[in-house]
Design a binder for this molecule. Structure first.
Ligand code: SAM
Length: 234
């Protein structure tokens, strides 16, 4: 998969894209990340990318021209069609279902806003998918772009060491009728820590009993913490 990221702060990305699973995915050839500075496409003397809002008010607004030209130029760098995505607190809240759909696309083009946001006309013209990482406001779309990249890339076949591990995570469809459940609790050594013991069944060596315990815990946790997941239609 090819992931292009358009931002005014490209320096924020490399430490994240080169570490852990994202770094391994790139080294293994499963994903390629291309970070572009929108400012490189500014066609004015001072490489200006933002301006004061019409109508007054605080902050600056990202101008149409540099961003639009950047998107068109970056898309032309590769013939693979890209799904355009703008990270926005006003977008659809990102959920695992959407992450799975995006992981099946060959190419994503992520646009990180900054300041007060992006001139609405360029969003109308580009007609992207708008995605939010939650009901709170961040200073820029860079962290949301990294969140989305991580969530998508870990689902690409071959990226995670153990083929099953993404399928056993929270929000993967694995309830009795395909519901998306929370993961079960996990434990490692020592067997007793600060007087707290690991559940006996996990030490029993009985794999069927362990599987049954885990399935029951997943349902219990989901019922307690996220009953809304059990009510969803499948
Ligand atoms: N004035 C905008 C509003 O209230 O909707 C907020 C702009 S925010 C300070 C600047 C940029 O950060 C946005 O253009 C977007 O790219 C990004 N951003 C902030 N919060 C986000 C969120 N929850 N999800 C995705 N992107 C977000």
């Amino acid at each position: 998969m090819r992931i292009d990221i358009l931002t005014l702060f490209p320096e924020m990305f490399e430490p994240v894209l080169s570490a852990s699973i994202l770094g391994r995915a790139r080294e293994g050839g499963f994903a390629g990340y291309y970070v572009h500075n929108i400012r490189d496409w500014a066609d004015n003397k001072h490489d200006k990318v933002d301006d004061r809002p019409f109508g007054g008010g605080p902050g600056m607004v990202m101008m149409c021209q540099p961003l639009y030209d950047a998107v068109i130029a970056v898309e032309a760098m590769d013939s693979t069609p890209a799904q355009r995505i703008v990270l926005s607190p006003q977008g659809e809240i990102l959920r695992q279902q959407t992450v799975e759909q995006l992981a099946a696309r060959p190419r994503l083009l992520l646009i990180a806003g900054h300041y007060e946001g992006i001139d609405e006309r360029v969003i109308d013209e580009l007609d992207p998918l708008e995605l939010s990482v939650g009901d709170y406001v961040l200073s820029g779309g860079e962290l949301p772009a990294m969140v989305l990249t991580d969530a998508v890339v870990r689902l690409l076949k071959g990226v995670l060491g153990h083929e099953q591990s993404a399928a056993q995570d929270s929000f993967a469809p694995q309830g009795p009728s395909g519901q998306r459940l929370l993961d079960c609790p996990h434990y490692t050594r020592p067997r007793v820590w600060k007087g707290r013991s690991v559940p006996d069944v996990l030490l029993s060596g009985d794999h069927q009993a362990v599987d049954a315990w885990r399935a029951a815990m997943m349902l219990d946790r989901t019922r307690q913490r996220r009953p809304d997941l059990l009510e969803e239609r499948h």
